[in-house]
Design a protein around this ligand. Structure first.
Ligand code: ATR
Length: 275
């Protein structure tokens, strides 16, 4: 049996074990995936444990995506640019960190809502950790431009600066959000605004986004946020956050096993567990 797991603090609500164990069952791989509650002060001990026990793969979630990096032997260039690791691959004791969040998001978006991002005007709302991975991955898709809007404009400016060599990037404060919404082909909420239990909140006003645009939310609890519901009522195509979660796990699975992930079964299992 090959061992896998996810670390975080807190971790008990993670859907990763259910999703990855289904993936192993579905593909006939003899693997077991479990959740480990690891606090900050135990990260180094955990890494020693991974090496001692030969744990093949680890997912990393909040709050360790940044601090785990100093414990690894190698960091993939994408993860280094993003400044966060969510997936570790253990090759005979040598640990490499990757970031599958942004690429997972883009795969999900292409599959479910926008097959071709090239030439599109993209608006990203929020400039936190999640936005970083997504902007990095979207910048590789040759969009016309990516506008980053944030309550704290300094953070939007910093994010725009860090990837300005990869795409046309622009930072704005939230007071210009309405205008930016009207010009975008794709609007993505990366903030926690609208997440359970604050389901009445939304990051934009009703009718700000033009008909025919694609509107995407990283939140998957609720599966359809107020932001998405109102966009759909305005004639937009909507894309929820579940796909990103499924695909970041699918790409991790592919790194660990070298096999294509059973994405459909993985999604079905997570969906069933949310009901
Ligand atoms: P994550 O890892 O999920 O991206 P984060 O790094 O804490 O979390 O970033 C949260 C993002 O949501 C930030 O862009 C934050 O805006 P600030 O940079 O101004 O703090 C944004 N955010 C969170 N709550 C918000 C709210 N009530 N209104 C507007 N923006 C909010």
């Amino acid at each position: 049996t090959v061992l896998y797991g996810v670390i975080g603090d807190p971790i008990r609500h993670s859907k990763s074990p259910i999703m990855l164990n289904r993936a192993f069952r579905e593909t006939g791989i003899n693997g077991v995936y479990t959740a480990f509650h690891i606090t900050e002060d135990k990260l180094a001990d955990f890494i020693a444990g991974v090496k001692a026990m030969g744990i093949r793969g680890v997912n990393v979630t909040i709050p360790h995506k940044l601090n785990i990096m100093k414990h690894l032997d190698e960091i993939d260039p994408g993860a280094l640019a993003i400044g966060a690791v969510n997936t570790i691959v253990n090759d005979n004791g040598r640990l490499t960190g990757y970031n599958t969040d942004g690429v997972g998001y883009v795969r999900s978006l292409k599959e479910e809502a926008m097959p071709d991002i090239s030439g599109k005007r993209v608006l990203v709302i929020g400039a936190g950790g999640a936005a970083r991975g997504i902007v990095y991955a979207l910048a590789g898709e040759r969009p016309e431009r990516i506008t980053i809007a944030n309550r704290t404009i300094d953070k939007a400016e910093e994010l725009a600066r860090s990837f300005s060599s990869r795409a046309e990037l622009q930072a704005i404060a939230n007071d210009r959000l309405q205008e930016a919404c009207g010009e975008a082909d794709l609007v993505i909420n990366t903030t926690s605004v609208g997440m359970y239990p604050n389901v009445q909140d939304t990051p934009v006003g009703k009718g700000w986004i033009r008909e025919g645009a694609v509107v995407s939310d990283l939140i998957y609890n609720p599966l359809v946020t107020r932001f998405l519901k109102e966009a759909e009522e305005s004639g937009c195509r909507i894309h929820g956050g579940l796909g990103m979660f499924v695909h970041q796990g699918a790409i991790a699975f592919e790194y660990w096993t070298g096999r294509p992930a059973p994405v459909h079964a993985m999604r079905e299992t997570v969906m069933a567990s949310l009901k």
